[in-house]
Design a protein around this ligand. Structure first.
Ligand code: UT7
Length: 325
């Protein structure tokens, strides 16, 4: 039995701001040229005042269910990766469970910042392998526009809002004929000594009240390149795969320079690396399922394709997952 990605879905808020419009709207001393050259970002979607992580996540999940041909009644777990939950509790997952009419099973949020989706895939697969669930919704949904410091040009230009979702279902090949489909492995890491280089200084239990996102960009960049390279190697080695066997890289979308470095490491031509950072900016835990959905729904990623996902975020947390579609 493997956990198969049976459907994908996405939600992006209607409001789109390109770099120039963003600079003008928030009176930022920046330029389209700086943002594009350093990050590859051209624009981002920003949530409307009434939107929340749960409303966006529910929309993405509905589409994933529809595309998988699976009814909400068949879902028996909802896992939501988010750093921007609607509230401390109930969880965003419980809210989405109710919004969709999922009848029961566990529903919880998972906090691993930008690595959250890969973490959530791993947790969902563990529940499945343990025999606890047969069909799980795994969702990444984020509203970073509510936690960035709109006066800090070094961070606020980097993020966007959105949600992506996948339906995971227990998949069994015909006896004696393993089709190889499903999640092959996942590899998760954290090193809490680096909390200070990427954090939101505040939250429901904080002594200092609500806070904003702070990042030492250059430091995070350095960790990203080395830790992602090493976790990619770990994923390949664990499966006895050569890098030439990977057909698609669906990376976390933080910076085009990091994405291209990982593509080069795998020896993949640019057209085999799924890029959305130019249009979505960094949507944290939502970035991989958003990118996955785009490449699945436009027909690039098809049945049998081997897909590598990788991400790093605050914690530091990082990880990779290999899946055959
Ligand atoms: O998703 C979680 C993981 N996150 C990441 O992986 C992000 C990793 N880091 C990065 O992507 C890059 O470090 C950034 C895009 C955040 C920054 O790029 P950088 O090439 O590392 O630039 P920097 O932070 O070293 O800043 C270079 C200069 C500075 O000016 P000085 O000190 O050289 O005079 C900044 O003040 O660029 C300046 N700067 C800006 N200028 C115009 C910083 N932000 C801006 C801006 N517009 N928006």
């Amino acid at each position: 039995m493997r956990a198969l990605i049976a459907g994908t879905g996405a939600y992006l808020p209607e409001r789109v701001l390109d770099n120039e419009a963003l600079a003008a709207a928030y009176n930022l001393d920046t330029s389209d040229e700086w943002i594009r050259e350093r990050t590859g970002i051209r624009q981002r979607h920003l949530a409307a005042p009434g939107e929340t992580a749960s409303s966006m996540g529910a929309a993405a999940a509905r589409e994933a269910l529809r595309r998988a041909g699976i009814a909400a009644a068949e879902v028996d777990a909802v896992i939501v990766a988010t750093a921007t939950p609607d509230s401390a509790f109930p969880s965003t997952a419980a809210r989405i469970q109710a919004a969709l009419g999922v009848p029961g099973g566990p529903a919880f949020d998972l906090s691993a910042a930008c690595a959250g989706f890969v973490y959530a895939l791993g947790m969902a697969e563990s529940l499945m392998k343990g025999g606890h669930v047969r069909c799980a919704l795994v969702i990444g949904t984020e509203i970073y526009s509510r936690i960035v410091d709109w006066t800090d040009r070094g961070t606020c230009v980097l993020f966007g809002d959105g949600a992506g979702a996948v339906v995971l279902r227990a998949h069994e090949s015909a006896p004696g004929r393993d089709d190889g489909r499903g999640l092959l492995s996942w590899h998760l890491h954290a090193d809490g000594r680096h909390t200070d280089i990427l954090q939101v200084e505040g939250g429901a239990g904080s002594t200092g009240g609500p806070g904003v996102l702070r990042m030492a960009g250059r430091e995070v960049f350095r960790h990203a390149v080395s830790k992602l390279a090493s976790v990619v190697d770990q994923a390949l080695t664990a499966n006895g795969l050569d890098r030439s066997e990977v057909q698609w890289l669906v990376p976390h979308q933080a910076n085009l320079r990091i994405i291209e470095a990982m593509g080069r490491k795998l020896g993949l031509p640019p057209e085999r690396v799924v890029v959305t950072v130019d249009r979505h900016a960094n949507t944290s835990a939502a970035s991989i399922p958003l990118a996955l959905h785009e490449a699945v729904s436009d027909g690039r990623i098809g049945t049998g394709d081997l897909v590598l996902m990788e991400a790093i975020g605050g914690g530091l947390t990082w990880g990779a997952a290999l899946a055959r579609f």
